[in-house]
Design a protein around this ligand. Structure first.
Ligand code: OGA
Ligand code: MN
Length: 355
């Protein structure tokens, strides 16, 4: 009986996941919680932040407004969960989005395309995709650039999708700028010793989703998980400790930051749907970029390509601390070591959930 029910996948989480993923008829989005307009929602409270722990100059170096200006919220019934509505300084979302598209996919970081392409072919996704993206006509069906085939990038301790583990012998330097941003956000939320050790970047288009999962591969659950989004918006489902617990639907817009910590650190969650930003323009206004030149070889050309990409996409960065301070990795058996090689497989959470 229980197995039969599970096979049909009709528990509360699966049902809502499928509901928001549905195309025809389109779902009713009116009950999706929108923190940017949530001042009167009874579940939403203003989060106390630690403004004194990040000085304005350090916040500014990461592209963040002074912490005293952030709009941060908590949710009744979800202790440890925090939502910060776009705390970035004007222009800075463009910087971070460009890092996600141009810089972070580069070697030695690892991406999904490495599974079936040679290092030579994936050496510079940006160079190979930039002109193709820049010259794209919106709405027209054209061959996909490599960047549009990018689904995930891992940073720092590279997450192994097959074993669902991190390992000490697959580590590359975590990007210094992203570590700095993460540490400022964590400190403002009261986490002073946070170390950005692993990152998973997800790249979504309007037909993408991220299956129901919990992030439990890290070894120190007392440390928060940070999630930062750019581009189009997502419907995010925040569930409970059990996979089938009914989730709360909420929007994540460009620039929004989510913190899962404390007893919310191990909650199930998923992204059933990417939706066009609610402002109605091709890009949300926080991604507007003042044009200074028209030179296709300049930074301006880079932004034109980023903008084209983000008109139909969303990028999400999750940043994690893997180890406790002073902790090292548990010793791995030979059979576990063998399982890590030669190649990683896609985790089930990244497979399309279209049953
Ligand atoms: C993840 C994740 C959520 C998102 O990468 O573990 O839950 O909003 N991402 O993309
Ligand atoms: Mn997750």
């Amino acid at each position: 009986m229980a197995a039969g029910l599970l096979e049909q996948g009709e528990d509360a989480f699966r049902r809502l996941f499928k509901y928001y993923k549905r195309r025809r008829p389109p779902p009713d989005f009116s009950t999706v919680l929108d923190f940017s307009r949530a001042e009167k929602n009874l579940k939403v409270q203003i989060a106390p932040l630690n403004a004194a722990s990040v000085n304005d100059k350090d916040a500014c170096k990461a592209g963040l407004q002074p912490v005293s200006k952030w709009k941060a919220y908590t949710l009744a019934g979800y202790p440890g969960f925090m939502f910060i509505s776009d705390p970035f300084l004007p222009g800075w979302q463009c910087y971070w989005a460009k890092q996600c598209l141009k810089t972070y996919p580069r070697k030695p970081n690892v991406c999904n395309l490495d599974l079936h392409m040679s290092p030579e072919e994936t050496k510079d996704l940006w160079e190979q995709s930039r002109e193709q993206l820049r010259l794209k006509t919106p709405g027209k069906r054209e061959a996909k650039s490599l960047l549009e085939k990018l689904r995930w990038v891992t940073l720092g301790y590279h997450y192994n999708w097959e074993t669902k583990k991190y390992s000490p012998d697959h580590y590359t330097t975590f990007p210094v700028d992203l570590a700095y941003l993460s540490e400022q956000v964590a400190a403002a939320c009261g986490f002073h010793q946070f170390k950005a050790e692993a990152g998973i970047l997800n790249y979504y288009h309007f037909d993408s989703s991220l299956g129901i999962h919990v992030d439990e591969s890290e070894m120190d659950y007392s440390k928060p998980l940070l999630s930062i989004s750019f581009g189009q918006s997502a419907v995010f489902l925040l569930g409970g400790r059990k996979r089938q617990d009914p989730p709360l639907p909420m929007y994540m817009h460009s620039g929004d930051i989510m913190i899962m910590s404390g007893s919310s650190r191990l909650l199930y969650h998923a992204v059933p749907r990417i939706v066009p930003n609610l402002e109605g323009g091709r890009l949300p206004s926080c991604l507007e970029h003042t044009t200074t030149s028209n030179n296709q070889h300049s930074d301006e050309g880079d932004w034109e390509a980023c903008a084209k990409y983000l008109e139909t996409s969303r990028v999400n960065m999750t940043v994690r601390q893997v180890l406790e301070v002073g902790q090292s990795f548990p010793v791995e058996s030979d059979s576990e070591k063998r399982r890590r090689h030669p190649a990683v497989l896609l985790s089930s959470r990244l497979l399309r959930e279209d049953k």
